[in-house]
Structure formats: C-alpha cells, structure tokens
Design a protein around this ligand. Structure first.
Ligand SMILES: C[S@@+](CC[C@H](N)C(=O)[O-])C[C@H]1O[C@@H](n2cnc3c(N)ncnc32)[C@H](O)[C@@H]1O
Length: 432
C-alpha cells in the first residue's frame, strides 16, 4: 500500500500506519463534495487516484456513510466538546470519517484511531483522540434513522409533509437494494431468491457485486431502480414505431424501449455518457441509433411517434444511492434546472406527430422539477392533455396521483425495500 512508505523528512518508525492513505483520499473526496459541490461519483476518480481497487472502494464507502450520517455524527461531536469546531476545520472532517467507520462501518477501533491521528498532525490530536476514546468507552450509537440536512427537511416538509420527511430519513439510513430490469422475462430458477415487483423486474438484497450476478456477460439485464423503469413502462410496446429518447445516457431507458420493440433514437449531449450507453447496448445486444447532441440546438429530421424526455435534474430523488446530493443541491440549482427543463420540454414537444405521446420524467423530489413544469407547459399549450397512468401499467403498490401523474415518494413499497423518488407525466399532443 502506498502509505506504508515513510513520508519525506520522517524516519521509518514514524511512517503512517497502513490504511492512512485511503483515509486521506476520503478527506479529499469529502472536501470536493462539501466545499466545491462536486458530485461524489465524479470527484471519486481524482480523489482516490493511486489507490488499490479495494482501498478505493473503502474510501468511497467511508465518504458515503459519513455524508449519510453527517448531521447525527456532528451532533455527537458537538455534544462531546465545549470547544466549537468550525464546519470546515480539518479536525471535524477527520472526526466525521472516523466516527462513520466506528459507528456505521464497524471498522476495528484501533484501526480507526491509528489512521485518524496522522491526519491531524500539527492540529488538535489530543482532542481527536479524546473524542474517539469517549465514543468507544461510552459506546456511542447513532439513531435508527439518519437525519436529513435541515434545509432539505424543511423544503420537503413544505412540499410533502412531515410524515414523508420521516420516511425519507428512514430510507436514507442504508443503501438501497439492487433492482434489475430484464429485456425479457427471466426464468425463475436462477433468480429464486429475488423479488419480482413488476414484470421484467427483479429485486436483490444490497451489497452484491453486480458483475458476479448470473448472466452479466450475456447481458439479459441491467441495473435500474424500479422507479426509474416507470417512464418507459408508460410507453408500452413500440411495434416498430420511432421514439426519441432524449437525455438518454447511460441508457437504462433506451434499453427498456429497445427491448419493448421501439425504434429508438437515443440523444444525449455528453460523449462520455454516450460511450457508456453504447457499451450497455453492446452488452445487452439491444440496438438504438445513438446521437450526440445538445437538444437546445439539435433537432430531428422528421416528427416522431413518441418522445421520452428524462430531463437533467437535481437528482434529489436518488438520495439513497447518492448521499452527496442532499448536501450539494441548493434552491438556486433547483431553479436553474427547472428553467432548463422548461426549455427542453418546449423543444421536445415541437418534434411530435399530431396525437403523439410525450413522457416527461425527473428523478427529483422537487415539485419545481415535476408537477410545476407540466402545469406551466399545459398553461402555454392548449390542446395538450395529460394521459393518466393506469393501474394496470404500474407495479402493485404504485398508483397515479389525482392528476394522473406518477409521483414516487419515500415510504412507498417500504417493506419491499423502497423506491427512488421520481416524477413521471404522460402527455398527448393535439391530433391536428
Ligand atoms: C437523468 S440523466 C439521463 C438518464 C438516462 N435517461 C437513463 O435512463 O439512463 C440526464 C441526461 O441528460 C443529459 N443532458 C443534460 N443536458 C442536456 C442537453 N441540453 N441536451 C442533451 N442532453 C442533455 C445528460 O448528459 C444526462 O446524461
């Protein structure tokens, strides 16, 4: 491991203990998320460079659990010292990641302490040591549910009520199960331990290596939360008709649509994400026309039968698997996203044949990116109608709201492992 080597200017006896380098990487990563506002999965590459894959995975797990439990961990830190540690001081960051290891990941205490102290060299080592000792002696525990950042709890209480905030805390407390979407209905033998919450879907317990699951190479399935599969379910069988899959990469919905018999034109602005879409198509043996284009400028040659617009959004609905989101996203970004979504929706709507279907979706728990966007669109476009989702199109336990939209919220299907937060609307263009 890279950190076995003594650091410049120190003797071998003072070398950092094994495992310190990955904790340093965890500190860099948490700083990128909290101070720079970078997405965890984007920042992870640079922050963990040079680490062995197993260390890299552990560094990311430390950061994910730190972010998930940060409010509760901070409360423990603040309750243990009269000395106020500012938000951005290194010793607080070191304590946060050390306590996430002790209290969530159950890392052996001696490894946690030995790797924490070098990180505060030249800083308040005694304070950090004293707090970590107290945590062990007093057998500190975290609450059953991880508290959401206060601003998020307030925003969601205003939009959805206190009960949903409580459900969101519960659902945030652990990573979600693994959902697979299938190109065709799988046989029951290989997937005997999986739950089928809908056709072409299987749910597995979390914490499994996806590459090791049966049939990964053959490509009969891909990872996709059940909620993320709902937009394409509302489009039904394609029967060779053409659909524009706008904002398509990395292609979860493209694969569903191709498997359902649509002639798919998959458009996305990001070359890097489209490369993943193409890899996904190659692995699953499904096909689509892949186009790189910014849909604020790009336009199709001819009107199409249907459109799926899976618009870029705050991603606050996928906070279970991306615990950085709730620490990064602020009202300003939600407002910027809402403006972009309005623009994309306007353009997309002009590319449909008369009477065609447009499905709009976002993985957001903000009305500004869902209900409000569609209300604003319908205000401007007489003749367009909402085509309500039907119960028979949806997995058991999910039903359309009073407007005919699908709005998945924390707490839905809780006993089966929950759902990501999504908004889905199906609109019908005027027929002449
Ligand atoms: C929610 S993700 C799409 C997920 C994808 N539909 C799936 O199911 O795997 C949003 C996508 O929008 C793309 N995007 C953002 N702005 C865009 C624009 N102006 N034109 C085209 N694509 C854009 C992003 O590159 C990103 O891949």
């Amino acid at each position: 491991m890279a950190d076995r080597r003594p650091r410049r200017g120190r003797g071998p006896a003072e070398a950092d203990p094994p495992g310190t380098a990955l904790r340093r990487a965890a500190l860099r990563l948490i700083d990128a998320v909290l101070r720079r506002g970078d997405p965890l999965d984007v920042a992870a590459h640079a922050a963990t460079q040079g680490l062995a894959p197993v260390d890299r995975a552990f560094a990311i797990a430390i950061v994910s659990e730190t972010l998930r439990w940060m409010g509760d961990i901070d409360a423990l830190i603040d309750g243990a010292t009269a000395q106020h540690l500012p938000e951005d001081v290194k010793s607080r960051a070191v304590l946060r990641i050390a306590l996430a290891q002790l209290l969530v990941l159950k890392t052996p205490p001696h490894a946690v302490v030995a790797t924490a102290l070098p990180l505060v060299a030249g800083g308040p080592r005694r304070l950090v040591h004293a707090i970590l000792s107290r945590a062990q002696q007093e057998e500190w525990q975290l609450p059953d549910a991880a508290n959401l950042p206060e601003t998020v709890a307030e925003r969601w209480a205003d939009q959805w009520g206190d009960a949903i905030v409580a459900e969101a805390s519960t659902t945030w407390s652990a990573p979600p199960p693994i959902d697979l979407s299938f190109a065709s209905e799988p046989g029951s033998e290989e997937w005997a331990d999986a739950i089928a919450l809908a056709p072409l879907h299987r749910r597995l317990p979390r914490g499994q290596a996806v590459e090791a699951l049966p049939g990964f190479r053959e490509g009969g399935w891909w990872v996709q939360d059940l909620a993320a599969s709902l937009p394409a379910r509302l489009l039904g069988a394609g029967e060779g008709r053409t659909i524009l899959d706008l904002c398509a990469a990395p292609g979860g919905k493209t694969m569903q649509l191709a498997a359902a018999g649509w002639n798919v034109v998959a458009v996305d602005a990001s070359a890097k994400r489209l490369a993943r879409l193409s890899e996904n198509l190659a692995r699953t043996g499904l096909s689509a026309e892949v186009v790189q284009g910014d849909i604020r400028k790009w336009a199709p040659d001819a009107p199409v039968d249907a459109i799926l617009l899976d618009a870029p959004c705050s991603a606050t609905g996928i906070f279970r698997r991306h615990p950085d989101v709730l620490h990064r996203i602020e009202p300003r970004q939600i407002a910027e996203m809402a403006e972009l979504q309005g623009e994309l929706l306007e353009r997309a709507a002009s590319w449909l044949k008369p009477g065609g279907t447009l499905v709009y979706a976002t993985c957001s728990l903000e009305r500004a990116e869902g209900e409000d966007r569609i209300a604003a669109f319908l205000d401007r476009h007489a003749g367009w109608t909402i085509e309500a989702a039907r119960i028979d199109e949806l997995p058991a336990g999910i039903s359309p709201d009073e407007s005919g939209f699908i709005r998945t919220l924390p707490g839905m299907l809780a006993e089966a492992g929950g759902l990501d937060g999504f908004f889905v609307a199906r609109l019908r263009a005027p027929s002449d």
